[in-house]
Ligand binder design. Structure first.
Ligand code: HEM
Length: 512
């Protein structure tokens, strides 16, 4: 067959360009791997070494059939010191409980939580901000210290939100409890974050719940593809665009409110609202991170990211646990009625403190079902660190604690795989003075709120919020699992260990 000379010349040209391109890419790749090769971590044992290849280990880590959970538990029981898990984002070093005190005591320029959170939320590609100094300050110094004062408001908010969001349930009714809880928690949190009127606005509910869902869907999609593709890939992920749209919408929603409040604050007799938006406005001038009203609005979105789905998924997991333990709902109802009678029906901070079975069940549920297989994300900074047993962890290494496996450690807990509603209740009874063993108490045995300086500052608020919502659900409804059998399994893959949001529970009203 005759090949036209022109086509031949052009094919040769194309082939040469192709070869040239391949050589160029290969050279860049080689140079990149030589110049920016990760630090040597071969002295740290690798999880799944026996699988033989990186691709097999990655497949196991990201399988959707709970293989990563089994892997974390097995490696945890095998290793005495730190060990590594291979991920698409490099090796993640796992910290056993005996080193947590050492690491939590180190300064932020040695091990840093924000640098690790940036990796966790794929900030390089998503530009997502998780927390900030001012947000921590507001939650610690304004929200938590106000709990005595705002608890009655939180009680009203919880009662109203359960009443408005739960269907009538005159007979047994199947409900996707996670969907309902997300809305209830957005409204109750919003009551304190932006006030009783705005928290019920559908735009606020959509912003405060949707932002996290879209942001984390984007993060999970990005985390599942090789890093070199992420910058390009993000442009075809619809959730990526939505992150920007929430940021624009919150500006439009809260901008006029902030301006109105600021104008009203000039009037001498103005009673400023007692909510987190107002506390942010009052202190904005002291924080360099707040340069405009827009920054104040964006703070509310970031707050939702930290506060709403963490609390709703914790509550969903708790309800899934409650319904599988015969007699537990009745026992909790009896405790609630007793304590309420002692406090003339007022759900004060102290009354909630006295609901010790409820508190114990919440902590046991968190122990059995932490939201992640790992927690306590920390990044080593420029120098790397040497652990108490002499192991060196190089600079810029992502570290975390295998918290699900720690929570099931038989050396820490008797019958660690059994849900014991009275576990922490009994421990608290024996050890009453120390304040230990409460839902909000930190320790190396239950790490769901982290540990140390950067542990969750919102846990006191979350504890009261969950209690108040549970009190309203338990007093008003009988609750059962829809599909009989074992507790609904968690969704588990990579480091995720979330209550399955698609399952239903049955509710029947017992009190009108
Ligand atoms: C049950 C619900 C919640 C869970 C399970 C939870 C869990 C966590 C965890 C694991 C951390 C990281 C701790 C560490 O790295 O050591 C954290 C940090 C944080 N949480 Fe929560 N959280 C919850 C609710 C809340 C709420 C309601 C708020 C706000 C009102 C909040 C605000 C924060 C903030 C600001 C940080 C960053 C702390 C820092 O960087 O120093 N959280 N949370």
């Amino acid at each position: 067959m005759e090949i036209p000379i022109k086509k031949l010349v052009s094919n040769v040209g194309q082939t040469e360009s192709l070869v040239g391109a391949v050589v160029l890419v290969a050279t860049i790749y080689l140079l990149h791997s030589l110049l920016f090769r990760g630090h040597d971590m071969s002295h740290i044992p690798l999880a799944g070494e026996a699988l033989g290849s990186r691709s097999k280990r990655l497949a196991e880590y990201s399988s959707r059939t709970g293989k990563s959970k089994a892997m974390f538990r097995e490696e945890y029981s095998k290793n005495k010191s730190v060990w590594r898990v291979q991920t698409l984002d490099g090796d993640h070093v796992q910290i056993p409980p005996q080193f947590l005190d050492d690491i939590k005591g180190r300064k932020d320029d040695e091990v840093n939580n924000l640098a690790a959170l940036d990796v966790l939320v794929q900030k390089k590609y998503t530009q997502l901000d998780s927390t900030s100094d001012m947000m921590n300050h507001l939650v610690k110094s304004d929200l938590t210290t106000s709990l005595n004062r705002i608890n009655p408001l939180l009680g009203i908010a919880a009662e109203e939100a359960v009443a408005s969001e739960m269907p009538a349930c005159e007979d047994w009714t199947a409900i996707n409890v996670n969907d309902v809880l997300v809305r209830i928690i957005a409204i109750v949190s919003g009551y304190i974050f932006i006030g009783p009127e705005l928290c019920r606005d559908e735009e606020y509910i959509s912003l405060s719940t949707g932002y996290t869902t879209d942001a984390f869907t984007c993060v999970f999609i990005l985390a599942a593809i090789p890093p070199w593709m992420r910058h390009a890939a993000k442009w075809v992920i619809p959730h990526y665009y939505r992150i920007g749209s929430y940021q624009r919408r919150v500006r439009k929603f809260l901008g006029p409110v902030i301006r109105e409040r600021r104008a009203a604050m000039l009037k001498p007799d103005y009673q400023a609202p007692d909510d987190l938006l107002q506390w942010t406005m009052n202190k904005a001038h002291k924080w360099s991170e707040i340069r405009s009203d827009d920054d104040i609005s964006q703070m509310q979105l970031r707050l939702s990211l930290a506060a709403i789905h963490t609390t709703s998924t914790t509550s969903t997991a708790l309800l899934y646990d409650l319904v599988t333990i015969p007699g537990l709902i009745e026992a909790l109802r009896a405790e609630i009625e007793d304590v309420m009678a002692n406090y003339d029906g007022v759900l004060s901070n102290k009354a909630l403190y006295d609901m010790k079975l409820l508190d114990s069940v919440m902590k046991e549920s968190q122990r059995m079902n932490p939201l992640g297989l790992t927690g306590f994300p920390r990044m080593t900074m420029d120098k790397g660190i040497t652990l108490p047993d002499g192991t060196y962890v190089p600079p810029h290494t992502y570290m975390e604690a295998p918290i699900e496996a720690i929570h099931r450690d038989p050396k820490i807990y008797e019958n660690a795989d059994t849900f014991d509603p009275y576990r922490f209740y009994n421990m608290r009874k024996k050890d009453e003075d120390s304040g230990k063993h409460q839902f909000v108490t930190l320790g190396t045995g239950v790490l769901s709120f982290g540990i140390g300086r950067h542990a969750c500052p919102g846990r006191f608020f979350a504890a009261n919020e969950i209690k108040l919502i549970m009190i309203n659900l338990i007093r008003n409804f009988d609750i059962e699992q829809k599909e009989k059998g074992p507790r609904y399994a968690n969704l588990s893959s990579t480091i995720v260990n979330s209550a399955d949001p698609s399952r239903e529970l049955l509710f029947k009203r017992v009190r009108t």
